[in-house]
Design a protein around this ligand. Sequence first.
Ligand code: ADP
Ligand code: MG
Length: 720
Amino acid sequence: MAHLRFKALEELSKRSAVKVEEPAEPISSYFGVNSFDLEKMKRTLAPDTFKRVKDAIENGKKIDVDTADAIAAAVKTWAMDKGVTHYTHWFQPLTGSTAEKHDSFFDAFAGLERLKGEALIRQEPDASSFPNGGIRSTFEARGYTAWDPSSPIFIFGNTLCIPTVFVSYTSESLDYKAPLLKAIEAVDKASTRVCRYFDRNVNHVTASLGCEQEYFVIDKGLYYSRPDLVMSGRTLFGHAPARGQQLDDHYFGTIAPRVLDYMKDFEIEALKLGIPVSTRHNEVAPSQYEVAPLFEEVNKASDHNKLLQDLMDKVAERHDLKVLFHEKPFANLNGTGKHNNWSLITDQGVNLLQPSSSARENLQFLTFFVNTIKAVHEHADLLRASTASAGNDHRLGANEAPPAIISAFIGQQLTAVLDELENNGNVEVEKGDNMYMKLGIDKIPEILLDNTDRNRTSPFAFTGNKFEYRAVGGDANCAGPMAVLNVIVAEQLQQFADEVDAAIEGGKEKRLAIVDVLRRYIKESKAIRFEGDGYSDEWVVEAEKRGLPNIKTTPEALEAYISDKAVALFGKHHVLSERELHARVEILQENYINKIQIESRVMGDLAANHIIPTVVQYQNKLIQNAQGLKDLGIDNSEIVSTIEKINKHLSNLKVAITNMTNARKEVNQIEDATEKAKAYCFGIKEKYFEEIRYAVDKLELYVDNEDWPLTKYRELLFLR
Ligand code: ADP
Ligand code: MG
């Protein structure tokens, strides 16, 4: 093992940057060349066909076979011109990664290359290997994938990829995309209804997402020298380096040349795919970075984020690098998140979360702003569940923030606006009065000029013209949390509209009716608003007083999905049925169990086969030395004391490993997934991981550097 470590280090010393030249042409000349977007459809399809596909994209109309055939033929021609020979349905099963099954365009019977409309629209992947939470086994139905025309078809490598949803034969969702599409529809409907209080011309509202993606990049050879990274995505052992992130120098520093070339490379590829990447910079921890595209419609943005991850993974190969998206690859360093910037935008081009200089539009802004906060207040547990995973448990509520407590940050000025609105309850508005002024909502434009206060510790923060949901894990599929956010806001807006309509019918002036309901919502959702330090211990105490949930582990968090409230909510908006929710929770629990089980096994293997033998060898050297000194009559008490310390950690380690292995055997007998997930959480992970790691990390400090088998943190993180 130490052999592998030193070989990797030696290879690293020979590596140099793989030069990437940015194209001389402007980005606009190659942006989206590998994506069959609307513009290309317009260019290649008959006007009639184009109209039909546009209708499908914009209004969810079904596509008939003839139209599908025409589109398929055009896509095939476009792809073959680019040297593409195969196509695949690209989908997002609940395993968390993306999946595809490749088929050739070549039809041996027909003796030519072709793509039929049928094949575009629907396929049967060999789905037996994808998790289905018992749905398929009960009904013995296989799953199929179905084209999602609202997300552009693209070319990845030599393959034409068709974005699809993945459902069982009984039409149950087995992926992340299908519920998102339904939630998008729900929020469109509810938002449009509310928008019409202000603008009769609004016919559609689109949810938008701009996803800031954090990641680590390390040398590929060093990565492969760490079995824990390879097997579980994170380092299970490793003593903190003498220098961590305390200097903050990485954040402001220049980007290492190898990494910079890598970034340029994947950005060019991303742009060709139509992913609008726009910013790159260092993050807080050494070797940590961030990439952010411009925001897009949420379904497209969510696909683009997953595609970007796949792309970054692939391009890293060319640079002998490895990209890590795990939420906590290195203990004691900043973890990896995915900040989901979200807002609602009308087909009139108005961002509903953008304060405006017109008082009328500001009432609209406040309507959507307050309703979003209220939705988060009512369904904080669901938002939390939507970001729950074994990896993310290391961030939320563990060693770093954002905390597991969901709260919303809105900044000083908007707090003042809401306070004023709340306290101005009894204002009498008379004919000829400036109602907006009386209510104190004419002052909002000032915020446009001075929206500087930011709170990095809040999981759900308003940042000027959008909310930023920061609890999402680095390796998560955005579609999970985005489906939840959009459906809870849809539900809230629908309730709001029902209440306002009732008041108007009761004879109330529309604006007053709106303000009345908002005022009540502001009061009712006050507990979710928090402007202070979300990392502090005081907040934990305060949040408990306010009755806010603080759910620290995945098995507990997932339960929110199957509460009566959640079942009613998802059912009402046709996003997920009760059966689908149960299946989903079971799958996510199984994912969790597998992850912890793998980590536990890798820990055991590494300790038994690499760490313990190395330490014993080293200890023997010390024993010989101690004996030699003693024979010469020289004081050896210091060495003896070191041997004793090593021995203490060594025996602690052995005992803990044995106990953990035995505990695992018992836990594996449990049938029920919920119970088993909890047993893995509390009976394995929380009970043993810390203790085992502590012993190994201590031993790392004793054993001769030359003998230590695992590549060290300082080598993983600081060598380039
Ligand atoms: P930060 O200061 O947090 O880096 P930026 O202004 O750079 O914020 O934006 C971060 C992300 O938010 C980008 O992906 C950006 O496109 C996205 N964003 C901006 N406006 C919106 C919006 N209205 N809806 C969704 N995302 C948005
Ligand atoms: Mg941000």
